[in-house]
Design a protein. Structure first.
Length: 276
């Protein structure tokens, strides 16, 4: 029987999604971007530099030991080139006295990202996952390295049941933001949904270490402890009570599981050969 549990994630505290973008594809896009840049084909360059950045970002998730420093340098280069390309496109027919600086262009892009993030959170709060996903895709296309938009992408994938995608995004974010409680809590939830109990427990332990006052981390830890074999009832109760103490709302379904006097679990018998 498939296990059911409640997902407790906060979206207010804080590429396209984890798909099949290889390093070779990223490099191909990069070469095309450079060629378009040299020919002053700015629209093509804009598209290819963005594709290259998303490809490089994905390659870091797929193969974390694959020269990450060199890939990050290439991503930074693409980011700088995007500023120049946008500068060209916005000011192609503008007198030199009216041309914006790269800092001004970056400031406008930041305002755009803030609006995208705001609308994504609003769609999530309304449980409009398709609208939220569309906004996140737009955000990642605008700024593939933005941590908050990628975190929101992970939450959306988790809520859509695409837990492997969520884990892939979150593991990369955890390397970039090892002190984040929200990233590790969501990672724990994603692992829990995949029934990877040790990984879920480890992620939630890190979340609690990062923020001992996170009610979300404790209440999810309570659920993970119920999935252990055998279930760790005393510690599950302790974590649930801690979550309530920190301001979490009571969850009747979870309390019902915790209140059971007997909990069934599987006892694995040794094979005949192992008994001898």
């Amino acid at each position: 029987m498939k296990k059911k549990f409640t997902i407790f994630i906060s979206v207010l505290a804080l590429g396209v999604f984890a798909q099949t973008a290889s390093l070779n594809t990223a490099y191909t896009s990069f070469v095309k971007a450079e060629e378009a840049f040299e020919k002053n084909e700015n629209k093509k360059a804009l598209v290819y530099y963005k594709d290259a950045m998303m490809g490089y970002m994905q390659s870091l998730s797929d193969k974390p030991d694959l020269l990450p420093d060199n890939i990050k340098k290439r991503m930074e280069y693409c980011k700088d080139q995007l500023v120049i390309v946008r500068y060209r496109m916005k000011n192609a027919d503008t007198p030199s006295t009216a041309i914006e600086t790269s800092e001004e262009i970056d400031a406008k892009d930041q305002v755009q990202m803030e609006l995208i993030i705001k609308h994504t959170k609003k769609a999530l709060a309304e449980n409009n996952l398709q609208a939220a996903k569309a906004m996140v895709i737009r955000g990642i296309q605008e700024e593939p390295t933005n941590v908050e938009i990628r975190f929101l992408a992970a939450i959306i994938q988790c809520k859509l049941g695409k837990y492997n995608d969520s884990v892939s995004i979150l593991n990369q974010l955890a390397k970039e933001k090892p002190d984040s409680v929200n990233i590790y809590t969501t990672l724990g939830v994603s692992y829990m949904a995949l029934n990877k109990v040790p990984e879920a427990k480890k992620a939630l332990q890190t979340a609690i270490k990062n923020d001992p006052k996170s009610a979300n981390a404790y209440i999810n830890m309570a659920q993970v402890l119920l999935l252990e074999n055998p279930p760790n009832m005393p510690m599950a109760w302790a974590n649930y009570n801690k979550a309530i103490e920190l301001g979490s709302k009571r969850v009747p379904t979870l309390e019902a599981k915790l209140a059971r006097k007997k909990v069934k679990y599987v006892v694995v018998e040794p094979k005949e050969a192992e008994k001898k």
